[in-house]
Design a protein around this ligand. Structure first.
Ligand code: CP
Ligand code: NVA
Length: 311
């Protein structure tokens, strides 16, 4: 969002990536989510007459529907456009059209640069609904889910097993800043981006969290409070799936691997899941699986985020 009038308690203009929210703002979203989830009736007119533009370059079930529902449940509404964002005109022109019609832009893009460019040219808030590098709205819901389940975040061991992808990046950045112990287990060659890891390490050190990287799934999962995985091939990487299925096999979350976590450990997945690949039916249906709580919380956290950014 290209503007200069920061509100004293809330400075963030956009959520182009996780670090757009300070630690205080992150905690504010979590606190407000708790209230919105407990007393939704208090917020039914909070964004009366406000509209969102949803732009999707890739498919979505959860993100699209929860943003559409979130703005409606706050008294506003949304319009959705599916397809390439900058095929017919430059991103800067797209941004300067949309800001004339709606009070916010939610975009799922092939490249992070498209979200950054939308934010650079738009005077209304821009929210990242997943890019190749980040999935900050997912991480907000995941962190909220962990806080609900354990009553705290600092000191928890969160093990992400699989691809060092967009979801891993966002979780790592939020966990590091909230005093958690984040472990990432990936095959060789599928690690998180070094520049994002460097930033995560710096933030972890500042906030009492720790980051650990390994190629051994069992090392990451042992003693974990939460075990998280995501698809082995993200949207756009489907042609790599046969190779990835072979390479990632030792990283499948199955009952043998999950048994190494704490007895109260939760199983997490952003969904959609490919049962039989990164996880099994048994683990998806495990009594400690919180995957549908995470999906539900996408709605509540995004309502809080919209209240903060558009309110
Ligand atoms: N987890 C998530 O973002 O799901 P969708 O791709 O269905 O939006
Ligand atoms: N890493 C996955 C997440 C889907 C919600 C992807 O980018 O396709």
């Amino acid at each position: 969002m290209a503007t200069t009038s920061p509100r004293p308690a809330w400075q963030a203009q956009d959520l182009t990536q996780d670090l757009d929210l300070s630690v205080d703002e992150l905690n504010s979203v979590l606190d407000l989510t708790h209230k919105v989830k407990r007393t939704p009736e208090r917020y039914v007119k909070a964004l009366n007459g406000r509209y969102l533009s949803l732009l999707f370059e890739k498919p979505s079930l959860r993100t699209r529907l929860t943003f559409e529902l979130a703005i409606k449940q706050l008294g506003g509404d949304s319009v959705t456009c599916v397809g390439p964002i900058a095929e017919r005109e430059p991103v800067k022109d797209v941004a300067r059209n949309i800001e004339r019609w709606t009070q916010g832009i939610v975009a799922r893009t092939l490249r992070q640069e498209t979200i950054d460019e939308l934010a650079q040219w738009s005077t209304v808030p821009v929210i990242n609904a997943l890019s190749d590098l980040y999935h900050p709205c997912q991480a907000l819901a995941d962190i909220f889910t962990l806080k609900e389940k354990f009553g705290k975040l600092a000191g928890l061991k969160l093990a992400f097993v699989g691809d060092g992808n967009n979801v891993a990046h966002s979780l790592m950045l939020d966990a590091a800043r909230l005093g958690m112990h984040f472990w990432l287990a990936t095959p060789l060659g599928y690690e998180a981006r070094p520049e994002i890891v460097a930033e995560g390490r710096r933030l972890a050190a500042e906030n009492g969290g720790t980051l650990h990287f390994t190629n051994e799934a069992a090392e990451a999962v042992t003693g974990a409070h939460a075990v998280y995985t995501d698809v082995w091939a993200s949207m756009g990487q489907e042609n790599e799936l046969p190779d990835r299925c072979r390479i990632f096999q030792p990283y499948q979350i199955n009952s043998g691997l999950f048994a190494k976590a704490r007895s109260e450990a939760v199983f997490m997945h952003c969904l959609p899941a490919r049962r039989g690949q990164e996880t099994t039916d048994e683990i998806m249906e495990h009594p400690n699986s919180v995957v549908y709580d995470q999906a539900e919380n996408r709605l509540h956290t995004q309502k809080a985020l919209l209240l903060m950014l558009l309110g």
